[in-house]
Every structure is written in C-alpha cells, then in structure tokens.
Design a protein around this ligand. Structure first.
Ligand code: CP
Ligand code: NVA
Length: 329
C-alpha cells in the first residue's frame, strides 16, 4: 500500500514530487516485467470503466491492455453507447459506475467534470485528458526523458506551440514538480494562464526548476535537452480556428534548424497524434486549403534519429498501468 492508494488522478498539482517519482519508478518496473514476459495479474477480480467522450488511440488502448495485463476486466463507454450526457447526468453516471467498478477512467471536456466524478464516485477516477490537463501523458513523457538521460533534475524542456493547451499545462506542472527547467514557447495570444504559471513558479522555486515564457523559438531551443510540440488545434476546438492558428503557430514548427540549436543529444517528443505529413485526412485538407505539407513538426524531425515519439507512446501503457495499480492497491 502506498500514499496513492484509493486516490484519484486528476492533475499532477495534487501529487508531491516523491509521489510522481514513485509513479515513474513503478512504470519502469512494469516495463521490465512486460519486457521479460513476467505475468503480473495482481488485480485479478477487479474491473474498471473507461469513459471516452473524445476520441483516442493511445490512451484507450493503454488503459485496456494495462487492465488486461493486471488481470482486470474493462468496459469502454462513450456518449454513443451509454446513457451518459443525453439521458443521465455525469454525477448519476459516476455514482452508478462507482458501485459496479473499482476505478473509472474519464476522457472529456471540462476539468470540472472529472473532478465532479471523483467527488461522487467513491472509487479512484483517472483523468485520461480534459481541456485543461493530460496527467497520464506526463508519466510517460518524463519516463521517456529519464530513460534517455538517466535523470530529470536540471534538464531543459521546451514546449513549442499552443502553450495553454492540456499537454502544455501538464508539462509545466510536471516540470515544476520534478525540478525541470520548463520553457513555454509560443505567441502571447496562446500563453498559459497567468494563475497556473504563478502556481508552477512557486512549486519550481522549491524543487530547483523554473518556468519561462517566450515568443522567441531560437532562444528557447538553445541548450535544450528535449523539444516538445503538440497539434495546433486540440480536440473540441472548432475547425474555423485553423486559419488563425496556422498564422499564429507556423513560426513555432519544430524544424531541423530549431533542433540544431538544442544540445547535440537533445530529443524530440510529441504526445501524438501528429500532423507531420499529408498522410491523414486533416493533413491533406490543410495542404489543399493552406499549402502546408507539415504542421507542428517537420517530417524530418519526426522521423529523425533524435525522435523518441514511439518510445513515448509505448510508455503510455506502462505508466497508465502504474497509475491504476498504485491507486487501486
Ligand atoms: N497522446 C494521446 O493521448 O493520444 P490519444 O488521443 O490517441 O489517446
Ligand atoms: N492537445 C491535444 C492532445 C491530444 C493527445 C488535444 O487535446 O487534442
């Protein structure tokens, strides 16, 4: 039993640096077990509900496989195959699922929704992405950085793009907690909320990390250990915003030139999915409308030798397993 037992996982703001480091080491342990084909069906008899109000490939697959590896049953629900939303409130749904399942994963819109679920469910609730935060992604991301460099403290992580989206917010919080120097690089119009920046700066003062906001991509990339970006328009945002977003964010694309400003052994990270070529319907549509062959990251960087995006994606599964196990057991 750890200090995490019975707790919900809604934002890393709720966890101490030690608790986050514990989750990182548990993720590494589960990765080793899986690699050596050692069975770990330690939660046999338990069941989890996985609610996805937004689409998902990595997070949903990770929760399902992690639950199965731990010996648990899982039921995936969305607004199309359940009563939630149209005929039953979030609160009633959470109360019902809390009587049937041992834990609930929720991906949706408002952070307030996942917080409400956690308040009434009576079982741990895991935030699988909201408009504000994506905390399970962070355990995978920082595990990937740790695997590369062997440590985290004092490293420089730069996020380029929409620096007030869920992933950027969570990177800022996680960096502050783990003593990492975080730089949010993007236009002022897409800067993170001032109150969250202030809160993260206060945390970073305790851990030796820092939080910097800048509009200058070259200065931001200089000396960085990891360059990170995300799509320019997040799930739930209207398509009409593409034109404005492209105009605002094109200067922040992660290119080979930008990578060259970073340390020689710097890595490239991306939560995925990514628009790095024209091999998606959205990517092709953007090419037809605006002439862009790649968006937030150059294809050369995405596929290049410093890219760790697929290690990062694999780590989603190990880290989600660690989150479920540590909070359920
Ligand atoms: N990174 C991530 O959350 O991916 P999915 O949207 O595919 O789950
Ligand atoms: N910011 C992105 C992250 C996807 C994993 C979104 O919310 O769509």
């Amino acid at each position: 039993m750890s200090s995490l037992t019975g707790r919900s996982f809604l934002t890393l703001l709720d966890f101490t640096p030690e608790e986050i480091r514990f989750l990182l080491s548990e993720s590494a342990r589960f990765k080793e077990l899986k690699r050596h084909c050692v069975k770990h069906r330690w939660l046999e008899g338990k069941n989890v509900a996985l609610i996805f109000e937004k689409t998902s490939t990595r997070t949903r697959s990770s929760f399902e496989v992690a639950a199965s590896d731990l010996g648990m049953g899982s039921t995936t629900l969305d607004s199309g195959n359940s009563q939630m939303g149209a005929k039953e409130s979030v609160e009633d749904t959470a109360r019902v699922l809390g009587r049937i399942f041992d834990g609930i994963c929720y991906r949706g819109y408002a952070q307030a929704t996942v917080e409400k679920m956690a308040e009434v469910a009576g079982v741990p609730v895991w935030n699988a992405l909201t408009d504000d935060f994506h905390p399970t992604q962070m355990i995978a991301d920082f595990l990937t950085i740790q695997e590369e460099f062997g440590d985290l403290e004092g490293r420089k992580l730069v996020f380029f793009g929409d620096a007030r989206n869920n992933v950027a917010n969570s990177l800022m919080v996680a960096s502050a907690k783990l003593g990492v120097h975080f730089v949010a690089c993007g236009p002022e119009a897409l800067a993170p909320a001032a109150d969250l920046v202030e809160r993260c700066r206060a945390i970073a003062e305790e851990t030796g990390g820092s939080v910097t906001l800048t509009e200058d991509p070259k200065a931001a990339a200089t000396g960085a250990d990891a360059l990170y970006t995300d799509i320019w328009l997040s799930m739930g945002e209207p398509k009409e915003l593409w034109k404005e977003r492209i105009h605002l964010l094109e200067p922040y694309r992660v290119t080979p030139k930008l990578m060259a400003k970073a340390k020689g052994n710097a890595i490239f990270l991306h939560c995925l999915p990514s628009f790095h070529d024209r091999e998606t319907t959205v990517g092709e549509e953007i090419y037809q409308r605006f002439g862009l062959k790649e968006m937030e990251v150059a294809d050369k960087v995405f596929r290049g030798p410093r890219s760790r995006v697929f290690d990062e994606a694999e780590n989603r599964m190990h880290s989600i397993k660690a989150v479920m196990y540590s909070t359920l057991c």
